[in-house]
Write a protein of this length. Structure first.
Length: 353
């Protein structure tokens, strides 16, 4: 049985703009008859190194592999096998603890799960660390970001204790408008930086790890050991190159539209949006209805008029409530804030029926 057709999507990775033929047409503009299979990846690595201000950058087929490799290199150099970060760190929360199963690394969660990592949290870590990881923005907190001075203070403290500073910058492009600093200045705080090729850039899959030449040389060894030195990776590179050219310059526009949608929803009062206002194009919508009921309501809306409100619903300690994530990109920019308010009212009314 075929699933109902989705014609519009508020979700960043909704299927509306993910059709293979549409993507191939976009990529075709970046290649010519003499383009070699290696050239798109080489262009991607060189472009990221320039944008992030690092001596080198290395393509990986997945962010999971890229971040594990970065931490493995930092651990081996220091002879320390523990890294620290926020309790909601993506590496620990979403990747089946691959860092431990594959590399024998240990994770030290620091701070309160529901608050941003603080300098006091970093200072309270008692064991020697290979690295401290910062996820910017903190997705599971609704896209929160620390203030620049606080972030600099934390990185300096970690380095003073012999730990490397690693950036989970899967959404670094979404974070940049909040800091209003060049990408290279943000990346320059850290020893290694991971960037996703499919989140804000809307590519198919893949990642880039950036840093100094020696670190990237060691990372390349581990990439091959883990099966990541794949030939013919050019389709993944082309998808990201399109995003670099078309989407990165629009991140401030996406953030501003997220702020407008969030303001309209909070003014209406049917749901509550956090953060208020959003610091990035990403925010959470907290719904006064149970998770299963909201999921059912979302499916009904797709079936009736083809509008997708979310990709997944987050449970809550309060079973009468739940939340879903909105990340504004080309999909959501087409939704007027007043329309989003009406759609959310409809979602909640259906869920409560």
């Amino acid at each position: 049985m075929n699933s109902p057709a989705i014609r519009r999507s508020l979700a960043l990775h909704g299927p509306v703009r993910r059709k293979p033929l549409d993507l191939l047409r976009q990529w075709a503009d970046l290649v010519g008859p003499d383009t070699s299979p290696e050239e798109p990846v080489e262009r991607l690595e060189a472009g990221f190194a320039e944008l992030l201000g690092t001596p080198a950058a290395l393509f990986f087929p997945s962010g999971t592999m890229a971040q594990q490799v970065a931490l493995r290199v930092h651990a081996e150099r220091r002879g320390r096998w523990t890294f620290a970060g926020h309790p909601y760190l993506h590496l620990d929360n979403w990747e089946l603890q691959g860092y431990n199963a594959v590399h024998g690394l240990r994770f030290h969660p620091a701070g309160d799960r529901h608050e941003l990592l603080s300098t006091a949290d970093v200072a309270a870590i008692g064991e020697p660390l290979a690295a401290v990881v910062w996820e910017l923005p903190q997705r599971d907190l609704g896209g929160l970001l620390p203030e620049w001075a606080q972030l600099c203070e934390q990185v300096e403290l970690a380095r003073s204790r012999g730990a490397a500073a690693h950036l989970d910058g899967g959404r670094i492009f979404e974070a940049q408008p909040f800091y209003d600093r060049p990408h290279a200045e943000i990346a320059g705080l850290f020893d290694t930086v991971y960037v996703s090729l499919y989140k804000g850039l809307q590519g198919t899959r893949g990642a880039v790890l950036a840093g100094d030449e020696a670190t990237m040389a060691e990372a390349a060894v581990w990439r091959r050991r883990l099966g990541g030195a794949i030939p013919d990776a050019w389709p993944l590179a082309l998808g990201a190159l399109v995003g670099l050219d078309r989407l990165v310059p629009r991140m401030a526009e996406f953030r501003d539209h997220a702020v407008a949608i969030a303001a309209a929803l909070n003014a209406d009062g049917t749901v509550r949006v956090f953060p208020d206002p959003p610091q990035t194009p990403l925010f959470h919508v907290h719904v006064p209805a149970p998770k299963a009921a909201v999921e059912r309501a979302g499916e009904e809306m797709i079936a009736e008029h083809g509008t997708q409100m979310f990709l997944r619903v987050r449970s809550s300690p309060d079973p009468s409530r739940c939340a879903f994530e909105v990340t504004v990109g080309e999909n959501a920019i087409e939704f007027d804030p007043k329309e989003v308010v009406e759609l959310v009212r409809q979602l909640v009314k259906r869920a409560r029926a």
